[in-house]
Every structure is written in structure tokens, then in C-alpha cells.
Design a protein around this ligand. Structure first.
Ligand code: F6R
Length: 243
């Protein structure tokens, strides 16, 4: 697609179509996996607009976020919990109990990750997992070298990710949390459908590695070549390195 704005609109329309086609209702929830970061912001804004125009309801939608930093208070402006409530959830009619974000302050982080996996199972699995990728090809916080069958777990962030995310922490890398809870590649691979949003020239090498070379755990997003229904929604800039 031409640019990031068109990607945002396209992605939001795709969600609208999938949710309305499914026709959620009492006891019949559509299950959505969601990312944070800069890339999906435009999509969230469009979805809020569609909600306000009465085109979509989230009353019978359950959401599972990909990841959360370890140790940031919930109300810290850079926590993914805060991001999701501020940028999306509080503007739509989702039931708070249906909006799941990993708790990076849980006393037992390993148990928290298992609880998250169990909740996804109980919800009947994810219908549509939306993701973003880092310039190093990470999906969620599955950094280069992560197992391609990994499940939700505690992960130490790669230096490149700390670098990429320091812009959200006053450009001070020492303020970026060193660890995160993240769904595994296997967790996302279990979704019926996956949509990955990729915009900007800084993601172009990752996109080329994702789709034009072999499946490789050093570019974890490449695992989705082996997923039955994955869509990469990209702008022109992101396609620069494609052959
Ligand atoms: C966010 C996430 C990350 C981001 C990725 C790209 O929940 O899991 O994988 O999608 O780091 O971030 P942006 O969109 O800020 O370039």
C-alpha cells in the first residue's frame, strides 16, 4: 500500500470485516490478538472512528495483547497496559474483563505467563492475531534467536530493541526495562489468522528476510511462512529491499 495511513485504514477495515462477519454475541466472542507500538496507532484510531459511527461493537470481543514490560507500573505512560487503555480500550465498548494484558508486575512472572496461555485456551484460541515487527525481525518480543515454537514467557530484550524503544523513554536507554513478558512465536502461530503490519524503510530488511529467505530463528517473523493464513500489510517504504 502507498503509505502508513493507507495501511492503518486497510488494517482497520480488515478487522471490521472479520468481526462483523463472525457476528459476535452473548457466549460467542471474537478473539483478537493485539500489538502496541507506533505502527498500529492509526489502525486503533480508525477502529475507534468505526465504533463511534456504529459500524462495529467490541462488546463481545476478547483481546489478548502480545506483550508487556516487566516492572513498569501499570499507570506508567510507557506501559503497554496504559497504552492500550489510553489509545484504544477506553474509547470503545469492550468489557474491561475481556481485555487481557500481561501483568509485568505479577509476583510470579512464570505463573502469569501460564495464566495468559490458559486464558487464550479458555477463550477458544485467537481468531485474528495482529502484530508488528521490529527492524531486527522480532514479532512481539521474540528477539533474534528465539525458539519458533516458544510460548508466553519472560524474555530479556535485545540491545537493538532497547535502542529502538528508547525514544519512548526520553531517549535514555538506561530507562528502558530490560525484560518483558511476551507471547511466544508458537502462541501467535496457533491463531487462525495473522495480520502483520510493516511500515517504514527501517523495516525493509526485516520484511525481505521474513518473506524472501528461509525460515530462520534469527528473524523470528519468518516463521509465519509456515502459517496457513498470514497476511503482511506493508507500505511502499517497507518493500524497498524486496527483490
Ligand atoms: C508490540 C510488539 C513489538 C512491536 C515492534 C514494532 O506489542 O510486540 O513487536 O510491534 O517492536 O514497534 P513499532 O510499531 O513501534 O515500530
Amino acid at each position: 500500500l502507498d503509505n502508513a495511513d493507507v495501511v492503518a485504514e486497510w488494517a482497520a477495515r480488515f478487522v471490521l470485516q472479520r468481526v462483523t462477519q463472525f457476528a459476535p454475541g452473548p457466549g460467542r466472542h471474537f478473539v483478537l490478538g493485539l500489538p502496541t507500538g507506533g505502527t498500529p496507532l492509526g489502525m486503533y484510531r480508525k477502529l475507534i472512528q468505526f465504533y463511534k459511527e456504529g459500524k462495529i461493537s467490541f462488546k463481545y470481543v476478547k483481546t489478548f495483547n502480545m506483550d508487556e514490560y516487566v516492572g513498569l507500573p501499570r499507570d506508567h505512560p510507557e506501559s503497554y497496559h496504559y497504552y492500550m487503555w489510553n489509545e484504544f480500550f477506553k474509547h470503545v465498548d469492550i468489557e474491561p474483563g475481556n481485555a487481557h494484558v500481561l501483568d509485568g508486575n505479577a509476583p510470579d512472572l512464570v505463573a502469569e505467563c501460564q495464566r495468559f496461555e490458559d486464558l487464550i485456551q479458555e477463550a477458544g484460541g485467537v481468531h485474528l492475531f495482529i502484530g508488528g515487527i521490529g527492524p531486527d525481525g522480532h514479532i512481539a518480543f521474540n528477539e533474534p534467536g528465539s525458539s519458533l515454537v516458544s510460548r508466553t514467557r519472560v524474555k530479556t530484550l535485545a540491545y537493538d530493541t532497547l535502542e529502538a524503544n528508547k525514544r519512548f523513554f526520553g531517549n535514555d536507554i538506561s530507562k528502558v526495562p530490560r525484560q518483558a513478558l511476551t507471547v511466544g512465536v508458537g502462541t501467535v502461530m496457533d491463531a487462525k489468522e495473522v495480520m502483520i503490519l510493516i511500515t517504514g524503510v527501517h523495516k525493509s530488511l526485516a520484511l525481505a528476510k521474513a518473506v524472501e529467505e528461509g525460515v530462520n530463528h534469527m528473524w523470528t517473523v519468518s516463521a509465519f511462512q509456515q502459517h496457513a493464513q498470514t497476511l503482511f500489510v506493508c507500505d511502499e517504504d517497507a518493500t524497498l529491499e524486496l527483490r
